[in-house]
Design a protein around this ligand. Structure first.
Ligand code: ZN
Length: 173
């Protein structure tokens, strides 16, 4: 049987800390749940992978969003509450999907991972597009509704519904 991986998407200062450049207040409410899931995943021997926005200062994404998560800056760091441990993995990305232009797929294949559990933010952007790319690659996907967040509840709910409908994800608590 294949292994499982917990993906912790964009729980970075610029999105989750009140002083962050693109602060989304609802992300505060999922920190405790994600912390619990990370501890459970480590206990079960799952891969724990932090998927982290990491932009160049002149990144094209800043034509759409204000500058955020510049590589090497405080804003691009994982929040203090969820700091990665030694055996966890970090995958840096420059686009919404954790698969685009990164070695995430190689890492998962090398470790015989077949099931992905998605957590983090934002439900309707980076989580959604990572989910789409995971589906195209044949992974079984679980998503925790209590460990993902968007800018509004409507955006959150809509993205969950879409991922269920289009990618067959299983929505968990
Ligand atoms: Zn970004």
């Amino acid at each position: 049987m294949g292994r499982s991986a917990l993906l912790v998407i964009d729980m970075l200062n610029d999105f989750v800390h009140p002083n962050g450049a693109l602060y989304a207040p609802s992300t505060r409410e999922i920190i405790t749940n994600i912390k619990k899931k990370i501890e459970e995943a480590r206990g079960k021997g799952w891969l724990v992978i932090y998927i982290c926005d990491s932009h160049r200062p002149d990144d094209n994404e800043f034509l759409i969003f204000p500058p955020h998560c510049i590589e090497g800056s405080w804003g691009a760091e994982v929040i203090d509450e969820l700091k990665p441990k030694e055996n966890d993995y970090i995958v840096k990305k420059r686009r919404y999907s954790g698969f685009f232009g990164t070695d995430l797929e190689l890492l998962l294949r090398e470790n015989k991972v077949e099931e992905l559990h998605l957590t983090g933010c934002l439900t309707d952007i980076c989580v959604l597009f990572t989910c789409a790319d995971a589906y195209y690659r044949g992974f079984k996907i679980y998503i925790s509704k209590g460990s993902t967040a968007a800018l509004s509840f409507e955006d959150h709910e809509y993205a969950l519904k879409l991922m269920k409908k289009a990618f067959g994800v299983e929505v968990e608590d």
